[in-house]
Design a protein around this ligand. Structure first.
Ligand code: IYR
Length: 227
């Protein structure tokens, strides 16, 4: 009977989240943190195949993120084709070389030094998949009329966060790659004019021997202020 109500004439269905005891919640929140804290941005990939169903599940998870007016303003392009990966790598490295050699300031380059990044992006060809997240800045209706989306950057940023967690949960690795400018991705993947490249994430197994920089997360007292 009471499994739905009407608000402004719109159906609202009953929602019931599982409830745990306080001690269970304490344990779950701690366990989840410790699991999340194991995630690292990894640049050394294995070329081992990953079934597409796993990528589909990861993308479905990303799409559970909240979004402005529930517009879900994202498209995730999945690249498996070796030819397209090569094309993306060449274009990304061309932009990156310009960035590292001319566009980035000395301070910026210094800030990146300890991470060991440079303009070479072999992972764009090694990883079995590249996922390119596009933000949809507006939508076309059936009459080709444009309708705006809301909080697009926040929404797609959240979806990418969910995506990264889903990748970590599956035991796979990724990194957030942002070749700048990224317009070449729209051209290579022939995306419609309402889409802008947002983030590029290679996905796969880590290389047998993968290395990550020895960096630390900020302590709680630096990131949390209690009032
Ligand atoms: N987009 C470049 C440079 C780069 C910038 C930042 I800020 C990083 O945290 C890491 C890299 C690249 O992908 O190499």
């Amino acid at each position: 009977m009471d499994d739905y109500i009407l608000i402004e004439g719109y159906k609202h269905i009953r929602y019931k989240q599982e409830i745990f005891s306080e001690s269970e919640i304490l344990k779950k929140s701690k366990d989840f943190f410790e699991w999340a804290d194991k995630r690292r941005s990894v640049r050394h990939f294995s070329n081992k195949e990953v079934p597409i169903e796993i990528i589909e599940n990861i993308i479905k998870t990303a799409s559970t993120a909240p979004s402005g007016a529930n517009k879900q303003p994202w498209t995730f392009c999945v690249v498996k084709s070796d030819e397209i990966k090569k094309e993306i790598r060449l274009a990304a490295e061309t932009e990156e070389r310009k960035s590292y050699n001319e566009r980035m300031s000395d301070v910026w380059l210094q800030d990146l030094e300890h991470l060991g990044t440079d303009a070479n992006k072999p992972f764009l060809e090694t990883a079995p998949y590249l996922i390119i997240a596009f933000k949809r800045i507006f939508e076309y209706d059936a009459e080709e009329k444009k309708h705006q989306n809301y909080y697009v950057n926040e929404s797609v940023g959240l979806a990418c966060g969910f995506l990264i967690s889903a990748i970590h949960n599956a035991g796979l690795v990724t990194l957030t790659h942002t070749p700048s400018p990224m317009r070449f991705l729209e051209k290579i993947l022939k995306r419609p004019d309402n889409e802008r490249a947002f983030l590029l994430l290679p996905v796969g197994y880590q290389a047998e021997k993968a290395y990550v920089p020895n960096i630390k997360r900020k302590p709680l007292e630096d990131i949390m202020k209690f009032y």
